[in-house]
Design a protein around this ligand. Structure first.
Ligand code: GLN
Length: 494
């Protein structure tokens, strides 16, 4: 067998059955990375020796668990004691973390083999990885196109089978949008489900770790391993994790027929690429065929999602990124202070000027402005009130449905450079994803078929949104669609 052409669960089982070994599997992925990463730039750093050491421990029985021997890639904003954790920023280029993020530690505690850190938009700000200080990642379906962002290295790695699964973080769509346009499954759980300890903060009230994989079952298994309260993260939820979370074939428990909500706000005339509309229509048919009731729900504040998100996210980032001052953390300038200038201020300002890229600076300035005295009520407070209304829309909608079906993105992957000079157009990429973060609810993007552009098939996704902490049901509803369609089976030719 080729260990790189399986699902995570198949590979795990093959290693357990000794059809292959953890070392063979890890070496196969490392070879594939060596072959394809130069073209894709999916990994910012590979920790091959460490991965092989871990794989060996699995093969000799020192390490066991639910993920024993399975090679996984992590996003560059997740701390790990091995290698550097750079957030794809010049600011943290040489940062070595003294600890490992809880989510990653939980994977390792179940025997996962971490392969390396994937490229991302600097500090997770962006939708394309074009904001990385280490170059853009490429979409394996068409290397002239972006793999989405900010977790674009993880989506690219997943779509190209450079790992059996990968982790991402989703603050406004950074798992679901890249998953959608690279043709893989991308899952953002409920806020608080997975500890953020060791996840470098962008916007703390929105950030959530989640997964990329080829199947809903793989997603569910990884979730089972990572979910649950962590005393080190006070915002992690002390809510029981169902034992059968990983069992996506179980029955979808509902009082009556399954009710799938659809909202007109996601289906405006002309807003979506025809392939996105076709994927959505097909998904609706799948649920109808399965006996589900299609219920119209209203999410009237959806249009305020983007402005609300960009106030909340920039405000929080302006505070979170204050710690990169060239002393506590981050790039330290070597330019001497000009005569008469306060050396501390010089160090701070110059380190930030050199260490941060343009988008990060833009957001710090925007967020500082939104929080500044006299403007905070006009912008930040208003955004918080709007956020409450958006969450309220979902509360009402979930009284009449079990999950909401909608597109993940308006279209397939765009070309590298296409939106580089237009930050506002780039921000609009998140139109269907940000509201889930604002409301804290879980969302999953599933491969929904293909658009064709420049003679190439380009994946599009469908998204399902669920009630907070109702992931077990959401994943089973997602599995129902996957079982009937299987769009994720097709792989790019690389
Ligand atoms: N694209 C959005 C942004 O630029 C979302 C990023 C994210 O989810 N990390 O902020």
């Amino acid at each position: 067998m080729d260990p790189t052409q399986t699902t995570l669960i198949e590979l795990r089982d093959a290693i357990a059955a000794k059809t292959t070994s953890a070392t063979e599997a890890t070496q196969a992925y490392l070879d594939r990375i060596e072959q394809h990463n130069p073209a894709l730039n999916a990994f910012r750093e590979v920790i091959g020796d460490y991965a092989l050491k871990r794989a060996h421990q699995v093969d000799v029985g020192e390490v066991t668990g639910k993920l024993a021997g399975v090679p996984i890639a992590i996003k560059d904003c997740m701390c790990h004691t091995e290698g550097t954790t750079a957030c794809s920023s010049k600011m943290l280029e040489h940062y070595r973390s003294p600890f490992t993020a809880t989510a990653v530690a939980r994977l390792e505690a179940e025997g996962a083999v971490i392969l390396g850190k994937t490229n991302m938009d600097e500090f997770a700000m962006g939708s394309s990885t074009e904001n990385s200080a280490f170059g853009v990642s490429k979409n394996p379906w068409d290397t002239a196109r972006v793999p989405g962002g900010s977790s674009g290295g993880s989506s690219s790695a997943m779509a190209a089978d450079l790992a059996a699964a990968s982790l991402g973080s989703d603050t406004g769509g950074s798992i679901r949008q890249p998953a959608s346009i690279t043709g893989v499954v991308g899952f953002k759980p409920t806020y608080g489900r997975i500890s953020r300890w060791g996840l470098v903060a962008f916007a703390s009230s929105l950030d959530q770790i989640g997964t990329f994989s080829h199947t809903v079952a793989d997603t569910a298994l990884l979730s089972q391993v990572m979910f649950g309260k962590d005393p080190r993260d006070s915002t992690s939820a002390a809510i029981d994790v169902p034992d059968e979370l990983h069992d996506v074939e179980g029955s979808i428990q509902t009082d009556g027929p399954l009710r799938i909500g659809i909202a007109k706000q996601y289906l405006q005339e002309g807003a979506n690429d025809p392939a996105v509309t076709a994927a959505f229509d097909q998904a609706m048919d799948v649920y109808k065929q399965a006996g589900a009731e299609i219920v119209e729900v209203d999410l009237p504040h959806t249009e305020h999602g983007i402005p609300c998100y960009y106030i909340v996210a920039t405000a929080e980032c302006s505070s979170n990124l204050a710690r990169y001052d060239g002393v506590h953390y981050g790039h330290r300038t070597e330019t001497p202070p000009p005569a008469g200038e306060n050396p501390i201020m010089h160090l701070y300002c110059q380190s930030r000027a050199e260490g941060f890229g343009a988008e990060v600076k833009r957001r710090i300035v925007l967020g500082t402005y939104a929080l500044s005295s006299g403007y905070d009520e006009k912008y930040y407070d208003l955004a918080l009130r709007t956020r409450r209304l958006i969450a309220g829309d979902f509360d009402t909608a979930f009284q009449s449905c079990d999950a909401i079906l909608c597109p993940t993105t308006t279209g397939p992957a765009f070309k590298i450079g296409e939106m580089a000079d237009d930050p506002l157009a780039m921000y609009m990429n998140d139109i269907y994803t940000v509201t889930a973060n604002l409301a804290g609810i879980p969302g999953i993007s599933l491969p929904g078929g293909f658009a064709e552009q420049d003679g190439k098939p380009l994946p599009v996704g469908v998204q399902l949104l669920g009630k907070a902490f109702d992931e077990k049901r959401l994943l089973r509803i997602a599995r129902l669609y996957e079982r009937e369609t299987n769009h994720g089976k097709q792989r790019p030719i690389i």
